[in-house]
Write a protein that binds this ligand. Sequence first.
Ligand code: FES
Ligand code: MG
Length: 577
Amino acid sequence: MTPPKRIFRSAEWFGAADKTGFIHRSWMKNQGIPDHAFDGRPIIGICNTWSELTPCNAHFRKVAEHVKRGVYEAGGFPVEFPVFSNGESNLRPTAMLTRNLASMDVEEAIRGNPIDAVVLLTGCDKTTPALLMGAASCDVPAIVVTGGPMLNGKHEGRNIGSGTTVWQLHEALKAGEIELHQFLAAEGGQSRSAGSCNTMGTASTMACMAEALGTSLPHNAAIPAVDARRYVLAHMSGRRIVEMAHEGLTLSRILTRAAFENAIRTNAAIGGSTNAVIHLRAIAGRIGVPLELDDWTRIGRGTPTLVDLQPSGRFLMEEFYYAGGLPAVLRRLGENGLLPHPDALTVNGKTLWENVRQAPQYDDEVIRPLDKPLIADGGICVLRGNLAPRGAVLKPSAASPELLRHRGRAVVFENLEHYKERIVDETLDIDASCVMVLKNCGPKGYPGMAEVGNMGLPPKLLRQGVKDMVRISDARMSGTAYGTVVLHVAPEAAAGGPLAAVRDGDCIELDCAQGRLHLDVSDAELAQRLHALRSADMGGRGGYQRLYVDHVLQADEGCDLDFLVGCRGAAVPRESH
Ligand code: FES
Ligand code: MG
């Protein structure tokens, strides 16, 4: 007996022989759509973050075309729609400010339209969490198709990596090791093909997270943007989403607590970005899965970093794909009992382990064996103490081992402008043992929690050959950046966190092994200083920035807007005419 045919939600728009059905079908037909498109087959949304202002996603019209081929082939009807596109390289004051805006756009577009399942086209950093957050709040069947990383950068006969190159060459420029024309000459070679950053920055990290969570087909994270196999994957994802619509395989069956635990472990193994801490928390919040900062300690710490990619290591995403990509990493983890939940379900209907247990591994230099890890104890270090009562994070694999336990004198910058003005002052009283403290760059303070936490070192110390110093802030840092950088201090200074009370000359103690971040000032003194602070001036903002500053949650809660947390489903009780 054949199972009864599924009635899709799009039938509420297109299924009725009445005035409402007329309206919905007739206007769609102005695109040349035949009657049989409305015969009850699944309508597949292709949520596209294409934009020429998001260069990492500028090739997405072509990716969408290949998704459509797969959808048609499987008997679905594809409809492509645009959503707000967060471009990391251009958007000011930071693309993080509009991650939540994009997620609202995605959620309302999916729920309000005749869409039965959705393909999420993601690439540049914030586009992956934004689309997963929005789709999770609707809980429809969804599959992530990433645009893929750029080919290796090439400059002066060697490989260079996105972002990491900028930080390295800029330090060299400030130290007087290279000249301006040499610095600028790297621009073209760094970004020489379509795609997102080719380092293990936030885009690559979030693509790996999407794959480890089970929300994409295997190999989605690493196939280069311009490799024909990227388009095959888009095609196959189009085919698969039609099946998922028929199966009713919604996101809540994929995005379980087990999936997030797999993702946290994977982040440690790939040496992933600290930004994943915030984004995974926000996605989990949308689907109702409890996740907290200490899960990163419990599940992530002790995991070896196997993937030797910049900024922690040497290689780039192109080599990562050729070495076997994420399936090879997951296999190594699983074979050593390090995959917390091998039986977690993924979008292709198989378990994570079924997908990877025979994954080939081609290069032990790029994807290290467990007994030769890049970092023995990777993962994200969660810190707490009187300076960060609700936590802060540090990425040990990108830090200097000798600074992971450090005590030093604070040199304080009240905000980014103060930092820029002060850091070039040759008379600034600072040496390599000092701790640089930057305030007011958190979610409310910047606003949007910019990637400025990896503040550059004072030029006078760079000229002395100093390569790293302890830095602390309520900001984030680019996943392509490196250094002994304490980030995401919560509560942030602008929300009255203790960071606001730090003064020049205070002693600060960092101890990663103990998870401790301590300001050497008595409780009474700290309370008195905080009491004396005037509440931060939010600058009389209007528009979206006002909504954001009034409602954004702190870093430990994922920086979502408080009223966006949770799953609201896909039901729409009212029609439009
Ligand atoms: Fe888009 Fe890095 S700037 S991924
Ligand atoms: Mg970034």
